[in-house]
Design a protein. Structure first.
Ligand SMILES: *Cc1c(COP(=O)(O)O)cnc(C)c1O
Length: 399
């Protein structure tokens, strides 16, 4: 049967304490116990129905976690204070000293910096590979490898991971496949394709309002609970827990995620086709010119489209900067990092979100100076938007 992530979210039903149509927000960091014995049992891990302390879990966080688990089709999920607060304890829960990771080389700058510069301190080594080449991935696996790490649609080059192919490799070598699905919520459901763990930065499309940070780890109860263990859980002990007020607001924003993703995708597809038609080097997974178009199409939940992210090459950093300033001046959107906002956001990844990656490596992976990354907004009149962008491009000499 076809997987219907938005239906799964909508089918959840929760009421507030007094019959409110929204669940009550748990405005407490700690919880009373009616008997001392229950407190002991809860610390021992028998937490059924009992809350201990909000770094471990809170009712509001469990509601949001349930909605995200429903979206990805996993047993459960744990929400965190940021995307990095989901990524780092996942890596550290799976890997310890002496272990090895095979990671895509085109990943979020913060994740790249963590794997390249931080985890080697704990003697966790990472091989960075071209994730679109399954043979290169398999070649990099050694007897210490514990994990394959990738993004479904990668930041910032929009490479698409063949999740089914990677899952086969992971099974064969007894590894965990961890997928960051931040760029393609609803469009791609990695666990349905064989991934073991799915991570999101909720800061982006899922919350969609650029007013908070958040993250989530979706997986089996065994894995998610291990991260929350008071004895040795990386999430519990590193402490990047989400605040209940924020999880309540993100849960409300999630209700429109399906509508927003359809509009982001529709607008991005329109602009990508226009940009490509006037001769700009355009990268968008929805274009047949995209090297992984067929794989995305095969993996996707069709109704949500190819997502809201696209890149163009403006020719040089100078032109890219001028164009972005002019587009901001004409109110096309904002010159800002991040993504998934109602306004279009644009930035030059080489000097911003991917600046953690050394210049020579940027060059090798095809991250050019003139690259502009767009997170396309929810514009009601994308035809008008295109006309204004075209004028900007003509003025700067990009066209
Ligand atoms: C933003 C982002 C992250 C990090 O999330 P934060 O909420 O900023 O900590 C991780 N992965 C991807 C793909 C992102 O875009």
């Amino acid at each position: 049967m076809e997987f219907k992530p938005a239906n799964n979210i909508q089918d959840l039903q929760y009421f507030g304490e007094f019959g409110g149509v929204n669940p009550s927000v748990s405005d407490s960091s700690t919880y009373t116990f009616l008997s001392a014995k229950t407190m002991f049992d809860t610390f021992e891990g028998n937490t059924d129905g009992c809350y201990l302390y909000s770094r471990h879990s809170s009712p509001s966080n469990l509601y949001l976690g349930e909605a995200l688990a429903a979206m990805e089709g996993t047993e459960t999920a744990n929400v965190t204070a940021s995307g990095m607060g989901a990524i780092t304890p996942t890596i550290l829960q799976i890997c310890g000293a002496g272990d090895h990771i095979v990671s895509s080389r085109t990943i979020y700058g913060g994740t790249y910096a963590f794997l390249k510069n931080f985890t080697p301190r704990m003697n966790i080594q990472t091989s960075f590979v071209d994730i679109t080449k399954l043979d290169a991935v398999e070649k990099a696996i050694n007897s210490n490898t514990k994990m394959i790490y990738c993004e479904s649609v990668s930041n910032p080059l929009l490479e698409v991971a063949d999740i089914k192919g990677l899952a086969k490799l992971a099974k064969k070598h007894n590894l965990k496949l961890v997928v960051d699905n931040t760029f393609s919520p609803l469009s791609i459901s990695p666990v349905q394709l064989g991934a073991d763990v799915v991570i999101h930065s909720l800061t982006k499309f899922i919350n969609g309002n650029s007013d908070t940070m958040g993250g989530v780890v979706c997986g089996t109860s065994d894995f998610v609970n291990s991260q929350k263990s008071v004895i040795d859980g990386a999430s519990m002990l590193l402490g990047a827990s989400m605040d209940s007020m924020r999880s309540a607001s993100i849960l409300k924003n999630m209700r429109t995620l399906h509508l927003r993703m359809k509009q982001h995708s529709k607008n991005a597809m329109y602009l990508a086709q226009k940009f490509e038609a006037v001769g700009l080097k355009t990268v968008y997974p929805g274009l047949t010119s995209h090297p992984s178009h067929a794989i995305f199409k095969e993996m996707m939940n069709k109704e949500y489209g190819f997502g809201g992210m696209l890149t163009i090459d403006a020719g040089s950093l100078e032109k890219a900067n001028l164009l972005m300033e002019l587009m901001q001046g004409r109110n096309i959107g904002y010159l800002a990092v991040s993504l998934g906002f109602y306004k279009t956001l644009f930035s030059a990844p080489g000097t911003s979100t991917s600046s953690e990656i050394p210049l020579d490596e940027q060059k090798e992976m095809g991250l050019t100076d003139g690259l502009i990354r767009f997170s396309i907004g929810l514009d009601n009149d994308i035809e008008r938007t295109y006309e204004i962008i075209k004028e900007c491009m003509l003025e700067i000499g990009v066209l």
